[in-house]
Design a protein around this ligand. Structure first.
Ligand SMILES: [Zn+2]
Length: 146
């Protein structure tokens, strides 16, 4: 059910997002769940929800098109959860709802949160190290991707 151009847009969006879900920001895989599962110490079953999918910001059912500016890459779980709802929330609203659940560590199953929290911790430690060496630099807001 996935057209060739849609797949191309998905690839492009995924690369732009560094293969992270537009909603939950967790890493995604494109063609090999087993390697992904192994790398992050997850079960293959759990890894399946992080499959990279094309997410239409405006759903096709309401006139959204298969154009690059309407497509972001989202993990299978976020994508299907949004569109499973009776009246799907706007991408912005849904993104905020996901972010809130992510903060509490209850959007994905716990093993996924702990697997990816490790890498997030490493990232913030790196950020702290950079901040320590560049103490004179003014604090900067993290820029939104996209
Ligand atoms: Zn996601």
């Amino acid at each position: 059910m996935c057209s060739k151009s849609l797949r191309r847009h998905r690839h492009r969006a995924a690369r732009r997002q560094d293969y992270r879900c537009w909603y939950c920001t967790f890493p995604m895989w494109d063609d090999d769940p087993a390697t992904f599962a192994q790398r992050h110490s997850l079960s293959v079953r759990l890894a399946r929800r992080f499959r990279c999918t094309a997410e239409h910001l405006q759903a096709r059912s309401t006139g959204g098109t298969d154009t690059p500016d309407n497509i972001v890459a989202a993990c299978a779980h976020c994508n299907s959860t949004r569109h499973k709802r009776k009246s799907p929330p706007s991408p912005e609203v849904f993104r905020m709802q996901v972010a809130r659940r992510m903060e509490r560590g209850c959007w994905h199953p716990v093993p996924a949160h702990s697997a990816f929290a490790v890498s997030r911790e490493a990232t913030s430690m790196k950020a702290a190290a950079i901040a320590a060496t560049g103490a004179a630099a003014p604090p900067r807001e993290t820029a939104e991707q996209g």
